[in-house]
Design a protein around this ligand. Sequence first.
Ligand SMILES: [Zn+2]
Length: 186
Amino acid sequence: MTLNKAVFLDRDGTIMFDSGYVSDPEKVDIFDETVEALKALKEAGYLLVVVTNQSGIARGYFNMDELEKVNSRMCELFKEHGVLFDKIYVCPHRDEDRCTCRKPLPGLIFKAARELDIDVSVSFMIGNSRSDVHAGISAGCKLNFLIGAEKGSLSKDNTLSVGSVGDAAEIILTVDGTFDKMESQQ
Ligand SMILES: [Zn+2]
């Protein structure tokens, strides 16, 4: 069996606007500038898997049903631009719950890997916080991108700081050779 490759994406602050414990579907605002990058990754054969900490559930700010509505709204907005996510994985806990799924722990990525037959070693993590990157490192992702930080070189932890999801996508497609193939076809 051939395993899938995936790009794991943080949600709030990475692919949609983070207004803090988003619970109202009407307030969902996606980052349009990520659309082309996500499409390119999908076309290159990557599953798009969202992995998100939603401690607002454990804190009682919203319930799973309300969270589902927010996620559905986000998916709907991306779908209008032609982007389909393969699955969204949620950690509903807070630190005190000592779960294994809250990033920086790699539980959500491992769960996705099991359920969607993903080879994590040829997959990537993109997020806007250090906990995203640490989850990717712990899970064994090939490269981990920290969005919005100052640009920097590759560290020993396979982490790269980039300005945007688009920058991350370009590097991913270069690393796996897809970008070169696209260039030579033109
Ligand atoms: Zn959890």
